[in-house]
Design a protein around this ligand. Structure first.
Ligand code: SAM
Length: 212
């Protein structure tokens, strides 16, 4: 299984312990939150981990229902703890390497997860997300993307204060331009990189109200 390190407690716990300390992360997450409608009826979070992003989005959207997908039982357990007694949030075990199940209509978000998928699967997933969106709905993907070259890749790891040996073996980093091109191909409007710092980028697309 790709990304199987997320089923290992040491790896998952290390990520969760460090997640808040990644430089500039809160900035990018803040821009993501600005792009998601305040009156979103339902938000789907792909690779939700411990539900960090859903919790952030709940702050300004107390009425919104959230659904988090992840394939790691460890991460889902952390999310279940976070959202214990919160009936607005549903957590579903799903491997994003497989097609998205029919779950209804949403605005869709993701944070630091889709880069674990093989490139062709990323491309197909973006098409599946388009189908799940409400007309006018937003897809906001806060993502770990590829640097332009190896020197900049090393510089990113130095900037986040992580040795390169800690790089996830399942990372399948891809440049921003290719991913924006795929979003446009699938029919998204307003496609752009809305925020970027080194290898962290916010890729956004909107489903048109009227399909062409
Ligand atoms: C870096 S963590 C990010 C978690 C959370 N979104 C956040 O921002 O804190 C990556 C998450 O993607 C999940 N993930 C990786 N590959 C996956 C796959 N094929 N299907 C579902 N989830 C996956 C991992 O289990 C993990 O929870």
């Amino acid at each position: 299984m790709a990304a199987e390190e997320w089923t290992i407690a040491e790896h998952a716990n290390r990520y969760l312990a460090l997640a808040d300390s990644v430089p500039h992360r809160a900035e990018g997450e803040g821009v993501l939150s600005e792009q998601v409608p305040r009156d979103a009826r339902r938000i789907l979070d792909l690779g939700t981990g411990d539900g960090r992003l859903l919790a952030l989005l709940q702050v300004d959207r107390p009425e919104t229902l959230g659904m988090g997908l992840d394939f790691s039982e460890l991460m889902l357990e952390a999310a279940r703890k976070r959202f214990a007694d919160d009936e607005r949030i549903e957590l579903v075990k799903h491997d994003l390497a497989q097609p998205l199940p029919a779950l209804g209509r949403f605005d869709v978000v993701s944070s630091m997860a889709i880069h674990h998928l093989e490139h062709e699967r990323k491309r197909a997933l973006y098409g599946e997300v388009f189908e799940l969106l409400e007309p006018g709905g937003v897809f906001a993907n806060f993502e770990h993307v590829a640097s332009a070259n190896h020197r900049l890749h090393l510089a990113f790891f130095a900037a986040i204060n992580e040795p390169l040996e800690h790089e996830d073996p399942s990372d399948r980093l891809l440049d921003v331009e290719t991913q924006l091109g795929w979003l446009r191909e699938h029919g998204f409007d307003d496609v752009d990189c809305y925020w970027k710092w080194l290898e962290m980028a916010l890729l956004v697309g909107v489903k048109p109200h009227e399909l062409r």
